[in-house]
Each structure stands twice: as C-alpha cells, then as structure tokens.
Design a protein around this ligand. Structure first.
Ligand SMILES: O=C(COP(=O)(O)O)[C@@H](O)[C@H](O)[C@H](O)[C@H](O)COP(=O)(O)O
Ligand SMILES: [Mn+2]
Ligand SMILES: [Mn+2]
Length: 345
C-alpha cells in the first residue's frame, strides 16, 4: 500500500495547497477551502486505489465538498477489477482536511496546510464533527503525560522528560474563551503559552519534532483534526490523546448543537458506547499502516507555504509513515507553463 501511495499523496496535498494558496490574503475563506477540496479530489481520483473518505468536510453529501463516505480513486469504479490489480482493490480509509486553517489562508497568516491521513479500512477513527480535548507532546513524553492529569502535573512530567525547567516549555493553546482557565494555569505553573487563532493540527505536529520550540498542545479543538493529528503522531511516535467533547456548554460556540442529550444519542448511533473515553494515538489511528501527509499553504514552523514565481510554484510537504519509519520533507518545483526561470528558493 505504502510504496505507490506514499508518492501519490504528496501530489494530492501539493495540489490542494497550490489551489488554496492562490486565495491567500484575499479574505475569502470559503473559496480558499473549496478550491483546495476540488484540487484534492481531482488528484485523488487519478490514483489507482479504492479509497473512502472517513473524515471529510462534514457529514452532509452536498458536493463539491469531500464528504464522509465518498469513494475516491480509480479503483472505486464499478468496473475497477478490469484494470486495477488486487493490491489496488484493497479498501483504504482517508481522513482529509484540504485546507486546515481557512482563516489563516484568508488573512495571510502563517501555519495553514493541506493535510490528510491514510490507513487500511477501519484504521482511522471515524470521529463525529464534535470537539475534542487534546494533549500532544514530544516522543520523549509519550505515555508519561496524561490528559486526565492537570496541566500543572503534565508540565512537571514534561519538564522531566525533556530535561528542561518548566519555564523553558512552550505550550500551544487555541485562543478561545473556553481556554481562559487553562491558559491561566499554564502560566501560573511557569510555562509559556503560544496562543494560536487556528490550526491545531500544525501545533500537534510541531510537538513531534525537536527544534520547533513547541513542547505541548493542550485544549479543545475539532475532533476530525484530532484524528488527523493522531495519525501524524502515531506515525512519528509522539504523544497524542483525545477525548470527545459533546457538551455545548463546555465549548460555548453552538457548533455542536444546543443539546448534550442529542449529541449523546448521536454518539450511541455511531456505536461510541463510552462517550468520555480517552483515546490515544493508536486508537484514533489504529491501522497497521498509517500515512500522514501535509503541504504548506502559508509558511509555518515546520513546512514552508506555496511560493509562486512566473509560470510555476514551489511547495514543501511532509509525509510521515509508520511502516518505513520516515518523516520525509519534500520540496517540489511545479512548472505550470514554460517558466522564464525555475526559482530555486
Ligand atoms: O483552526 C481550525 C480550523 O480548521 P478549518 O476549518 O479546517 O480551517 C482547526 O485547527 C481547529 O481544530 C478547529 O476546527 C477549531 O478549534 C474548532 O473551531 P472553533 O469553534 O473556532 O474553536
Ligand atoms: Mn481544519
Ligand atoms: Mn479545513
């Protein structure tokens, strides 16, 4: 599965990133998102695979968004067995966020990416479009920090694992009202807080690499992004835990409806019997093969965004595989037409 897909999915995220980057700074988040979706779908449908979207752009099948249950890839066609070999006919699950950080793109802010995760069928948790409480930390702290512990306790553990003082730690938290107490606690414990407006996949991913100056992600973001982050951390060996948040009173946004009871019913209907379960990266991305790919739309602290030049563009992407145990940074020059020059940097 990995050999061919590993290369093709780079192009999938690259194409989504290029399409979205054309809308960078234009203040139109929906367009930046939609063009990324369309580019991602178009490139995915050229791959000899039998894919199914398990995490997409919402649970409604209102095209053109990549919707949950949508089948993608050449080998999803009814007559696929006539031209796809048996390997390509194996069903694979795909979680996508073609534009992670639509606000970041629209307002020309750093850290937006086109991202996806792939596994064999059943290998990714089909999370509802709820919120998720998240804890991400570097590989050295894997299994040692715990989302059930307080932020203060986790910072002590993290400091020990990383051989640093708490004052030397930086924790990313999304700037939201729901996090006011968390931010206060982290600061009182002595650590520093990096507040972000959007893009917690990038923040979780940054915890997996030393040198990013990000040592943890704490707080509540979206559940689908949690699964994609978990796939990256599973493949990288970092720490990730997530717990679904189904009570609208906690997030105070109304995005998950008004009723906790209705949300609990929905979880039941999805066979999620323990709504308060804490999932680790291996449970959210449980497949034997887990691949994660991201391409920068705007430059972040791990990968660069799309840089256009006359007749072309340059992208930077990251593909992480639990099978080959690689985190591969891929730098690509795309030539749309005969460029006057091929830009190196
Ligand atoms: O920032 C985010 C937005 O993602 P997207 O819509 O794909 O541009 C995500 O990283 C967050 O995880 C999440 O979607 C967010 O926390 C939920 O939104 P909010 O209610 O504003 O916190
Ligand atoms: Mn997102
Ligand atoms: Mn998105």
């Amino acid at each position: 599965m990995e050999n061919t897909l590993g290369l093709e999915i780079i192009e999938v995220v690259e194409q989504a990133a290029i399409a979205s980057a054309k809308w960078m700074g234009k203040g139109e988040k929906n367009t930046a998102d939609q063009v990324a979706v369309e580019a991602m779908r178009e490139r995915m449908n050229k791959i000899y695979m039998r894919g199914r979207i398990v995490i997409g752009e919402g649970e409604r099948d209102d095209a053109p968004m990549l919707y949950i249950g949508e089948e993608v890839g050449i080998c999803s066609r009814p007559d696929a067995k006539d031209f796809c070999n048996p390997d390509e006919l194996i069903e694979i699950d795909i979680a996508v966020d073609p534009c992670e950080g639509t606000n970041l793109v629209a307002y020309g802010q750093p850290g937006s990416m086109a991202v996806l995760a792939i596994s064999e069928k059943g290998g990714l948790f089909a999370a509802p479009d709820f919120y998720m409480k998240k804890l991400a930390a570097p590989p050295a702290a894997k299994g040692k920090v715990d989302i059930n512990k307080s932020a203060t306790e986790n910072l002590k553990i993290l400091a020990e694992c990383l051989d640093r003082s708490i004052e030397e730690l930086v924790v990313v938290v999304m700037k939201r009202e729901r996090h006011n107490d968390l931010i206060k606690e982290i600061r009182e414990a002595g650590a520093r807080v990096q507040l972000i407006s959007d893009g917690d996949v990038g923040a979780a991913l940054s915890c997996g690499f030393a040198g990013t100056n990000i040592h943890a992600l704490m707080g509540i973001g979206a559940a689908p992004e949690g699964v994609i982050s978990a796939a990256a951390m599973r493949a990288l060996g970092g720490h990730f835990q997530g717990q679904l948040i189904y009570d609208p009173a906690i997030v105070k946004t109304g995005l998950i409806g008004e009723s906790k009871e209705a949300n609990l019913e929905r979880l039941q209907s999805m066979n999620i019997t323990d709504p308060d379960k804490v999932y680790d990266a291996h449970e959210l991305a449980s497949g034997e093969t887990v691949l994660f790919a991201a391409s920068g739309i705007t430059t972040g602290n791990l990968i660069q965004g799309v840089r256009f030049f006359h007749g072309g563009a340059r992208t930077q992407s990251l593909v992480i595989s639990n099978q080959s145990k690689t985190a591969r940074f891929v730098d690509t020059i795309h030539m749309f037409e005969q460029p006057k020059y091929v830009q190196l940097h």
